[in-house]
Design a protein around this ligand. Structure first.
Ligand SMILES: Nc1ncnc2c1ncn2[C@@H]1O[C@H](COP(=O)(O)OP(=O)(O)O)[C@@H](O)[C@H]1O
Ligand SMILES: CC(C)(COP(=O)(O)O)[C@@H](O)C(=O)NCCC(=O)O
Length: 328
């Protein structure tokens, strides 16, 4: 890859405390992990250690403790919210004098590249699907709505992947709108991290799920002049948050792991890096992080955090340490 040679990103203008205050001092209830864990009530632990095996990202440190203390309370909250949304739907049915099937409940998941969104979304999908009242949970990632490489190259955007202008937002909104309207089958394009491009002709089909998890760094962003935003279709949203230095480290570690695995395949976009000595590979990863992903985090992703209903603050070891729940 040849990212545009960009100057180092500016330091963020606001501190964490200032940003939190900007959302309104009353906007969130803040839970230390232990307090949040107690909100699990008696939700049963529905995943075995074996089930977890298939769910892990590229590293394998997600623990059963994390599931029990962070995910189970969240799944209980979401289960209650899905039930409440369905009850509200019944009110509308009464008003209209006819019964309409409840639309899919849509959960948006936002956060930086490499903060752990995909890992979080996959575990949440598996846990929510264990609840008998909403067994069908689909997961779609917004990378499928990136423009194909051909278009990004033509527009000089290969160094701006993940920035707002690199996505086909109209297509993304049309997808969400069709899912929310209860269409029987809605297709989403599919992205390959291996080839670093949209897979031509491939579609992920969503068939009226009980819940749709929609994950990507841009899901809480507003597009200037657009009449509708992705978040207009969300019933709930989560922002996965962590310190910049930790996310950078996870990005670099993931890059090194991919170098030993995916990059070895000749089809990999990063195949040319497969034999780089570690110090050079780290330098490449650091450069991509700094020039593209960190910049995007500061300019376009972090500013959307306070739109989320729930913010999960992760510590250096990936464990969630603090949970912010919007009061309304
Ligand atoms: N809870 C977790 N415990 C341990 N490692 C994790 C956890 N969540 C993510 N990771 C690791 O951090 C890196 C980034 O996670 P990933 O889910 O791929 O992020 P994103 O989808 O936000 O780019 C991956 O290497 C992944 O395996
Ligand atoms: C495709 C992406 C924008 C999506 O990121 P994700 O939300 O999957 O973490 C990102 O993985 C990406 O390619 N960023 C551009 C720079 C890089 O190669 O990391």
């Amino acid at each position: 890859m040849s990212p545009a040679s960009l100057p180092a990103p500016p330091a963020p203008a606001l501190t964490l405390r200032q940003r939190r205050a900007a959302a309104g001092p009353q906007a969130y209830r803040i839970f230390p992990r232990a307090e949040w864990a107690a909100l699990r009530a008696n939700t049963p632990l529905s995943l075995s250690a074996e089930d977890l095996e298939g769910l892990r990202g590229l590293t394998d440190r997600l623990s059963l403790e994390e599931v029990a203390e962070v995910f189970l309370p969240l799944s209980r909250l979401l289960n209650l919210k899905v039930a409440a949304a369905r009850s509200l739907g019944l009110v509308q049915d009464t008003f209209l004098g006819r019964q309409v099937a409840p639309p899919p409940y849509i959960i948006g998941i936002a956060g930086s590249v490499a903060v752990g969104k995909s890992t979080f979304a996959r575990v949440l999908q598996a846990i929510l699907a264990r609840w008998p009242d909403h067994p069908s949970v689909a997961l779609v990632t917004t990378d499928g709505f990136l423009y194909p490489t051909r278009v990004l190259e033509a527009r000089g955007l290969m160094g701006r992947k993940g920035f707002p202008e690199s996505y086909d937002l109209r297509r993304m909104i049309a997808f969400l709108s069709a899912v929310k309207a209860g269409e029987a089958e809605v297709g989403a394009p599919v992205y390959s991290h291996l080839t670093y491009d949209i897979i031509p002709g491939q579609k992920q089909v969503v068939r009226r799920p009980d819940i749709l998890i929609f994950e990507g760094l841009n899901v809480l962003q507003a597009a200037p002049g657009a009449p509708l935003l992705a978040s207009d279709f969300f019933d709930f949203s989560v922002y996965v948050d962590a310190a910049e230095a930790d996310i950078a480290e996870w990005y670099i570690q993931r890059f090194l792991l991919l170098q030993r695995t995916a990059f070895q395949q000749p089809r990999s976009y990063f195949h040319r890096y497969k034999d780089l000595p570690e110090a050079e590979a780290v330098a490449v990863a650091q450069r991509i992080w700094r020039e593209i992903n960190l910049r995007n985090l500061r300019e376009n992703i972090l500013p959307t955090r306070e739109r989320a209903r729930l913010v999960l603050r992760k510590g250096a070891g990936h464990g969630v340490e603090e949970i912010w729940l919007r009061r309304m």
